[in-house]
Design a protein. Structure first.
Length: 416
């Protein structure tokens, strides 16, 4: 198995000498409990100066092996724990085992053959911290969140591709990582590391619907794979209804609603390229009679501005979906996020026909399901449209939750 030109050959092998770390008692307890993050300010002693990608062994107060992880001196999240418990060797066999376990976890999702786009590795939650792998049919998209991974790619990628054969592998990098070109050994965001070049979107299926994903320029790795189960629920709720999909991106919820038999589907987003993709996704599914029959309207603009205008003009829908971007990624943003959720709840119910259904998702990791639910319920009640909640969902099978910070997605279903 060989990778493109010399892309990986410029990257040195990881240091054979491991870093030895001693940490605070609190950090020790947290790591023993299985948490995958060790922050710089929890390190009390370190054997030598480390560089990104070094394997760091954490020892406990009695100098026994506690955990091993990937060291990144450029991040306050200094070590991402690969393993805790009995000592292990991190080698190709170990990577293979992690990848196989992740694949196994997804098996139920793939049984009916209707889904070829899914998350194969969900970072920390699959024991491979700082690394995500999404699959879109024959294209794998590898997204890295720490420079520590670069030194391990030469060992990791052949194991990944052996366990999960694909025609192509695209490299994406987090924004933080893209800002560190000196650490990237010539690799850059959007490079194809394996297989043929990519000039546009790739087509995959989700529950039998065809979608395009743009692994090079799209948000996340090209598609919001985490909403698959919520979309399927929306499909079941959409028959005969007028549906408004706010923050529609490339029309995931819209297309499911159409297949479910919605008469009218309105996709609203501030990004016109996203809505153009939504229109193309509808075009890809015209062989499905209900999709062909549904009227699909596109509205480009800011939801906070358009929704009040639509309500004032008398527009009403039977099903309103709200799936905004993350409003709170940091602690300090929580209050603002909650007030944005309250505002959206008010705007959503104002557009809802009495007895209609509201589907409201939040992907703000810092806002828990209880605070989100309470905020939305209160705002709707104050607007004179109390909610009758009938479902709350969290993560799908391919986005497992391995630690508290891994839980970010929640979705409420209610009539009002
Ligand atoms: N529901 C989508 C994912 C939504 S991602 C799916 O199932 O795939 C969030 C979307 O909100 C993005 O497409 C982004 O362009 C859009 N967005 C962000 N701020 C917005 C705003 N103020 N008004 C309208 N759309 C917005």
């Amino acid at each position: 198995m060989s990778f493109h030109s010399d892309l990986l050959t410029a990257i040195p092998a990881p240091a054979t000498r491991r870093l030895a770390l001693h940490v605070t008692r609190d950090a020790e307890r947290v790591l023993r409990g299985g948490h995958p993050w060790l922050f710089a300010n929890s390190i009390v002693r370190q054997s030598h100066v480390g560089s990104p990608g070094d394997l760091a062994v954490v020892f406990d107060q009695k100098r026994r092996f506690l955990a091993i992880g990937l060291y990144d001196p450029t991040s306050p999240l200094r070590v991402r724990i690969l393993h805790q418990g009995a000592p292990v060797t991190i080698d190709r066999a170990w990577w293979r085992q992690q990848v196989s376990a992740a694949i196994q976890r997804r098996a139920p999702l793939l049984r009916d053959g209707q889904t070829t786009g899914y998350r194969l590795v969900h970072g920390e939650n699959d024991g491979l911290p700082g690394l995500v792998v999404d699959r879109y049919d024959q294209t794998l998209v590898l997204k890295l969140y720490t420079a520590a991974w670069l030194l391990h790619l030469a060992d990791f990628l052949p194991e990944l591709l052996a366990a999960q054969p694909a025609q192509r592998l695209v490299l994406r990098m987090s924004r933080a990582l893209q800002k560190e070109p000196a650490l990237l050994y010539g690799l850059s965001d959007g490079m194809v590391l394996w297989g043929p070049a990519l000039s546009g979107p790739v087509i995959f299926t989700e529950n039998g619907l065809r979608f395009e994903a743009d692994p090079l320029h799209g948000q996340k790795t090209g598609f919001f794979l985490d909403q698959r189960e919520n979309r399927a629920r929306v499909e079941a709720l959409a028959t005969g209804r007028r549906v408004l999909n706010v923050f529609a991106y490339n029309g995931g919820f819209s297309l499911y609603a159409a297949r479910g038999g919605a008469h009218l589907v309105t996709s609203l987003d501030s990004s016109s390229p996203a809505l153009e993709a939504a229109a193309r996704n509808f075009a890809l599914n015209q062989t499905i009679p209900t999709v062909a029959q549904a009227r699909h309207e596109l509205l480009v603009g800011d939801a906070f501005q358009l929704l009040p205008e639509m309500a004032a003009a008398g527009a009403r829908f039977d099903l309103v979906i709200l799936d905004p971007p993350a409003f709170a990624k940091q602690q300090a943003e929580i209050e603002r996020a909650l007030s944005a959720y309250a505002q959206l709840a008010r705007l959503g119910v104002a557009l809802l026909q009495p007895g209609g259904t509201l589907v409201f998702a939040s992907c703000s990791s810092r806002v828990g399901i209880d605070a989100f639910t309470a905020t939305v319920q209160q705002a709707a009640a104050l607007a004179g449209r109390p909610l009758h909640l009938f479902a709350q969902t969290t993560h799908a099978l391919d986005h497992p939750i391995g630690f508290p910070e891994g839980a970010y997605l929640k979705c409420l279903y209610a009539t009002a």
